[in-house]
Design a protein around this ligand. Structure first.
Ligand code: NAD
Length: 457
């Protein structure tokens, strides 16, 4: 029998949610071959047919929302409210991309020479899109890649993270009735399956850690296929002295600890300009007031982390910090819980201030002024998103222009980005074109420049 992998529920690790094949190269090559065969008819079948299929897919996911929400809670420990929100976002993405299929598919240009010849650049699909995804948004990330890929006429092979195998397989099963056979296939497995997919696909979209993203980018570039890699973050919230402290603390607590901090956009550093004590007190109170526990319980916003190893990372990071203002320990019980943790006494050069922990932990760092806050914020290898909390519009505009991140949010949490706006970061956080919204077209299409001249010359 071929090898298998298990996906376990983080809140109840004895609950094996799925046992799935650890696909090898042959299995991946076969999925890509089927996708390629199905892809030509899909691309030639017309934009209206593609738009209709994606709208039907949206309706199917909407009708299965409760079931998918329950599965997401069980498989990756995402709190119920956020899991329901993620399914709602998946539906919105499918609807949005259904319409994108009907967008203008190119531009016309004035002809350089006199006469009636037409010069145009038309978009065309790239072929088979190989999608490699993390476990933390088990339906939204696969679909924010797959929906535009399909809308523009590509076929899709999705390699989900092992810990999110069940959600990916159920999603593909739900969509099967409205998509041609082989057009959208899930291959389960780990690094071997991912590597094989990068070696077979015509275009690659990856979301996950920096180390793997770089390997994927190198392999795709080596083959000469277009790629995109969305990776980690070490996101800061800057709190200026004139900020509304209570409101900022509440938002930052949610952005740092929601879903146990397991979002690329989570706030992991809070840079407080001026005396940090009043803000730190408000943040600790807000964090301690968050509902923590079983993610299936209404009102819980901090569930478990994804694995025992992830829990160990949080506890170790707290141990390295100068002082723990709240939390810092593993939770009780069998599940992989870690206490929501705020640490202080941290310098910008410390590991916790520079490296992604990917758990419910955030560090408070003081800054003497706004310039120092910008320098601390920009002084990490990542550049995904920064928040600024202030009532001073001039300050907000100034900082927005100087922060080296792909997204800047004023009086808003770092986490929670709209699905129809471009998404991506700078430095180690992203490579290649932006995802989502109209920007998705850059990765999933190429242009063909066409000149049509009268036969007379
Ligand atoms: P990961 O890098 O461990 O895995 C991501 C995917 O790559 C998985 O499907 C995995 O099986 C696959 N993979 C592993 N080794 C591979 C290889 N050698 N070749 C090809 N594929 C391989 O990441 P993860 O633990 O699943 O997710 C957490 C990370 O994802 C965090 O760093 C987080 O910041 C990041 N993330 C980024 C975004 C974003 O949009 N920027 C969104 C969500 C998560």
């Amino acid at each position: 029998m071929s090898a298998t992998i298990e996906s376990r529920s983080p809140q109840r690790p004895s609950d094996v949610v799925a046992t799935v094949p650890d696909s090898d190269r042959r299995a991946v090559a076969s999925a890509v071959a089927s996708a390629r065969a199905a892809g030509s008819a899909w691309a030639e079948g017309g934009a209206v047919a593609r738009a209709n299929a994606l709208n039907e897919a949206a309706a199917i996911v909407a009708a299965a929302a409760d079931e998918l929400t329950t599965l997401i809670v069980r498989e990756v420990g995402k709190p119920l409210g956020e899991a329901a929100g993620e399914v709602g976002r998946a539906v919105a993405i499918l609807r949005y991309q259904a319409q994108a299929a009907l967008d203008p598919d190119g531009e016309t240009y004035p002809n350089a020479a006199a006469g009636t010849a037409l010069l145009m650049a038309r978009r065309r699909p790239r072929g088979v899109a190989g999608l490699i995804t993390p476990w933390n948004f088990p339906i939204a990330i696969p679909l924010w890649k797959a929906a535009p890929a399909l809308a523009y006429g590509n076929a899709v092979v999705l390699k989900p993270a092992p810990a999110a195998s069940a959600v990916a397989l159920r999603t593909a099963e739900l969509l099967a009735p409205v998509l041609p056979e082989g057009l959208f296939t899930v291959v389960t497995g780990g690094a071997e399956a991912g590597t094989a997919l990068v070696e077979e696909a015509d275009v690659v979209s990856f979301t996950g850690s920096v180390a793997v993203g770089r390997a994927v980018a190198l392999a795709a570039a080596g083959r000469g296929v277009p790629f995109q890699a969305e990776m980690g973050g070490q996101n800061a919230s800057i709190v200026l002295p004139d900020a509304n402290v209570e409101a900022a603390a509440a938002m930052i607590a949610g952005a740092a600890m929601g879903y146990a901090g397991q979002k690329c956009t989570a706030t992991s550093r809070v840079i407080v300009v001026g005396d940090p004590a009043p803000f730190t007190g408000a943040l600790v109170a807000a964090v301690e007031g968050l509902g923590a526990g079983d993610p299936a319980d209404k009102g819980v916003v901090v569930g478990p982390v994804i694995s025992e190893e992830a829990r160990g990372r949080v506890v170790a990071a707290a141990g390295e910090a100068g002082a723990v203002a709240t939390g810092g320990r593993a939770g009780s019980g069998d599940g992989w819980f870690a206490e929501p943790t705020v640490v202080t006494g941290v310098s910008p050069g410390d590991r916790i201030a520079r490296e992604e922990v990917f758990g419910p932990i955030t560090a408070v760092l003081p800054a003497a002024g706004a310039d120092e806050a910008v320098a601390i914020s920009n002084g990490v290898p990542y550049g995904l998103v920064t928040s600024v909390f202030t009532r001073d519009l001039d300050r907000a505009l100034d900082l927005t222009a100087r922060l080296d991140t792909g997204m800047v949010r004023v009086n808003q949490p770092t986490a929670g980005v709209d699905f129809h706006a471009p998404f991506g970061g700078e430095k180690d956080s992203s490579m290649g074109p932006r995802e989502q919204g109209k920007h998705a077209r850059e990765l999933y299409t190429s242009t063909r420049t066409i000149t049509i001249a009268p036969a007379g010359g």
